[in-house]
Design a protein around this ligand. Structure first.
Ligand code: PGA
Length: 257
């Protein structure tokens, strides 16, 4: 049984006091283990204080990006070692905003995935088509190609990888994929994982949906048999909306038995 993961991607939002207050509220609500996994990914400068705020609670800490080299002359970059050192257990790789605004491509992303895993971080690897791809009937081709970011990952390492399906046209737009569109893309991705890694890995790997997940659509999305969690942007920035999505996750986990 795949445990639902509700992950908040704070992007470049919230100053320290706001982020600490939000993380303290979440930690107070989920002080020990929860029925679902809970993760927050704040901006780099605040990982340390926010890690302190959630320590010992069910809320886990992740980063939004990393660089693949272990250390050295890479001005402005942050290594997996550093993330581990400040208490991160997770890192996002290949978010569509990294692909779109920072030109990150699958070859670089594959190195980042490997570096994250090598440093003991769990990786959420993001894929997703643009609206033009979907309109041109290219969704599956695009998703299959983007999975090249996992080319260097072994079947054993897949235990520490989560895939996130985030259609770019649904991110921050208020437009959510229909449950059918989400489920269909997730089934396709799981099929791709099966041909890469076999049945057992494909069945065990969590695939999250992301793109305008809100309290009022979370339960329906998370109840889909192949939707194993949510990667939440805007609605993760407030305790009440993020908590409502976590609660929907707990309900969906119960429904899935
Ligand atoms: P959104 O962002 O929930 O604000 O659409 C999701 C994401 O980019 O991870």
């Amino acid at each position: 049984m795949r445990q639902i993961l509700v992950a908040g991607n704070w992007k470049m939002n919230l100053l320290q006091s706001q982020g600490v207050a939000l993380s303290q509220a979440l930690a107070a609500k989920y002080p020990s283990s929860a029925a679902v996994e809970i993760l927050i990914c704040p901006a780099f400068p605040y990982l340390s204080p926010i890690g302190t705020a959630v320590r010992g609670s069910a809320v886990q800490l992740g980063a939004q990006n990393l660089y693949f080299a272990p250390q050295g002359a890479f001005t402005g970059e942050v290594s997996g070692d550093m993330l581990k050192d400040v208490g991160c257990g997770w890192v996002l790789v290949g978010h569509s905003e990294r692909r779109q605004f920072f030109g990150e491509q699958d070859e670089l992303l594959a190195k980042k995935v490997s570096a994250g895993l090598a440093h003991g971080l769990k990786v959420i690897y993001c894929v997703g088509e643009q609206l033009a791809d979907r309109k041109a009937g290219q969704t599956e081709a695009v998703l299959a190609k983007q999975l090249a970011g996992l080319d260097q990952v072994s079947a054993e390492q897949m235990a520490n990888v989560v895939v996130a399906y985030e259609p770019m046209w649904a991110i921050g737009t208020g437009v959510t994929a229909t449950t059918e569109q989400a489920q269909q893309a997730h089934v396709f991705l799981r099929g791709q994982l099966k041909s890469r890694y076999g049945e057992a890995v494909a069945a065990a790997t969590r695939i999250l949906y992301g793109g305008s997940v809100k309290p009022d659509n979370a339960l329906e999305l998370l109840s889909q048999s192949d939707v194993d969690g949510a990667l939440v942007g805007g609605a993760a920035l407030k305790a009440d909306s993020f908590t409502a999505i976590i609660e929907a996750g707990i309900q969906a986990q119960t429904l899935k038995g």
